[in-house]
Design a protein around this ligand. Structure first.
Ligand code: AMP
Length: 375
């Protein structure tokens, strides 16, 4: 049972994003059009006016149930009630998995209090993207937050985050937002940075935790924090993988068994590339490409070896840290993955290609397929 607050500025009781966003122009917001949840897993009905809100169940490691805030007022009140200590925020789009849980644990280990935001941000989805069918698993998300000792879960609707509808003013990601993922998804990073900026303001977090899995997003958030003087510290968390190397992603839920097998070529390509790192950039690219060409069912958008700060291809003479990144479509699902590598003598993967993605146990069957060791 999840106790919730009265929700005066919420028009979408499903807590989901706007399904109309899937057919509207990039980033358009239509708060009035409430979607059906793909899995029928809507948050519980709002409680009495002004009441506090807590997710029920056994107490988390932080010593209590997470407070579920759906409005700005509720978030403000929950934030104020946290008292002393740094605040760490983990921003998510829901459908939480062990990757998100790892971010939460890192936040919990280093900050006094943890706020998790769960928000499917229509601004970052293009007209032909998967906003409408993005997995919505509210109950199991709350279960993971509870298990990980999260203090506050902020679950606003689009009309809470964008009360005026489509925001006229957005953060521009600039040139770094137009390459790689930005080339495939025009406007995506403007939408990401706009919502991350808003969430940093709304939560007033001291530390914000983001996954290396979305390397370009992480780079742009770091740049935004630096260029626009956001006071929060941006903390990177290495990619969490399944035992066979597949990077955990909410979108993996779309993959059937054979698609999942196909998808493994992405991480295998990264691993093969890293193994050639001592020989230099062209050897890395060649080794990674050799894996991908053996898998014709993966439609590769790009495979690049780039400078992690500029995202420009590294030249053949380059030595030092580089980012090997890949994106492609498997069936109807677009997947991304990357691996930081050290190019040159003694080179190789800079991130442990994890055989052990985490600890903890999962509340549902899908999640138990993810890598874990017993607590
Ligand atoms: P998302 O809900 O997909 O927007 O992801 C929310 C946060 O979790 C982002 O900072 C992601 O980079 C991070 N994340 C997603 N998948 C992973 C993963 N496999 N390992 C580490 N972090 C992840």
């Amino acid at each position: 049972m999840t106790k919730t607050c009265d929700n005066p500025d919420t028009t979408d009781p499903t807590g989901g994003a706007d399904a109309a966003g899937a057919t509207a122009p990039t980033g358009a917001i239509h708060p009035a059009a409430a979607p059906a949840h793909a899995d029928g897993d809507a948050p519980r009905t709002p409680g009495p006016a002004g009441s506090a809100s807590r997710a029920a169940g056994p107490a988390g490691p932080a010593g209590g149930e997470p407070v579920v805030a759906r409005t700005r007022e509720q978030l403000r009140a929950a934030r104020a009630a946290l008292g002393d200590g740094d605040i760490g925020v983990v921003m998510t789009m829901g459908a939480l998995h062990e990757g998100h849980a790892t971010l939460i644990r890192q936040a919990r280990d280093t900050a006094g209090h943890v706020i998790v935001t769960i928000f499917l941000n229509p601004l970052q989805f293009g007209p032909r993207e998967d906003l409408a069918r993005y997995p919505r698993t509210t109950e199991s998300d709350l279960e993971i937050c509870r298990r990980e000792g999260v203090d506050v879960v902020f679950m606003p609707t689009p009309s809470v985050v964008y009360p005026e509808g489509d925001p006229g003013v957005r953060v521009s990601a600039g040139p770094l937002g137009n390459v790689l993922e930005g080339q495939a998804r025009p406007g995506h990073f403007d939408g990401v940075l706009t919502v991350v900026g808003k969430m940093l303001h709304l939560t007033r977090a001291d530390h914000a935790y983001f996954g290396q899995k979305d390397a370009q997003q992480l780079l742009l958030i770091r740049r935004m924090a630096r260029d626009l003087d956001f006071p929060a510290e941006v903390v990177a968390v290495p990619t969490v993988r399944e035992p066979d190397g597949l990077a955990l992603s909410s979108r993996n839920m779309y993959l059937g068994a054979s698609d999942r097998e196909t998808a493994l070529c992405l991480s295998r390509a990264l691993r093969a590339g890293a193994e050639a790192a001592v020989e230099g950039p062209s050897a890395v690219r060649r080794a990674a490409r050799a894996v991908l060409v053996r898998e014709p069912l993966a439609l590769i958008d790009y495979l690049v070896l780039v400078d992690p700060a500029t995202l420009e291809d590294v030249p053949e003479w380059y030595r030092g840290e580089a980012l090997l990144a890949v994106a492609g479509r498997v069936g109807t699902t677009r997947l991304i993955d990357n691996l930081p590598v050290n190019i040159g003598p003694g080179g190789g993967a800079l991130e442990v290609f994890s055989e052990d993605a985490g600890r903890g146990s999962y509340p549902d069957e899908a999640a138990t397929q993810m890598t874990q060791t017993p607590p």
